[in-house]
Design a protein around this ligand. Structure first.
Ligand SMILES: [Zn+2]
Length: 91
């Protein structure tokens, strides 16, 4: 139960963090700090890989094991497929 909460937080936050980092990378690039820009881009790549792995393995309904939506992931409490509370532990 706690694990899924943590996964939800990661799935909700990672795209926003990636966007923020992308903006930072652009700024670094534009002001000529290309080495810093590449480091930030590398961090984005790592975040996206973690995000994909989470979405494919952990961000699933504990009842019917369907993939859960990634859009507005932070607000989801019910599985759209079986309509059960995803934080409810009893099957
Ligand atoms: Zn379900």
């Amino acid at each position: 139960m706690k694990k899924l909460k943590r996964v939800q937080m990661m799935v909700a936050i990672t795209p926003k963090v990636s966007m923020a980092l992308a903006v930072i990378a652009c700024i670094f690039y534009l002001i000529g700090m290309k080495a810093s820009a590449y480091i930030v881009i590398g961090a984005i790549a790592v975040l996206l890989v973690i995000y994909l792995i989470l979405c494919l393995t952990a961000w699933r309904c504990p009842h019917c094991h369907q993939y859960l939506p990634t859009k507005n992931a932070g607000k989801i409490t019910k599985c759209p497929a079986c309509n059960k509370n995803i934080f409810d532990e009893d099957e």
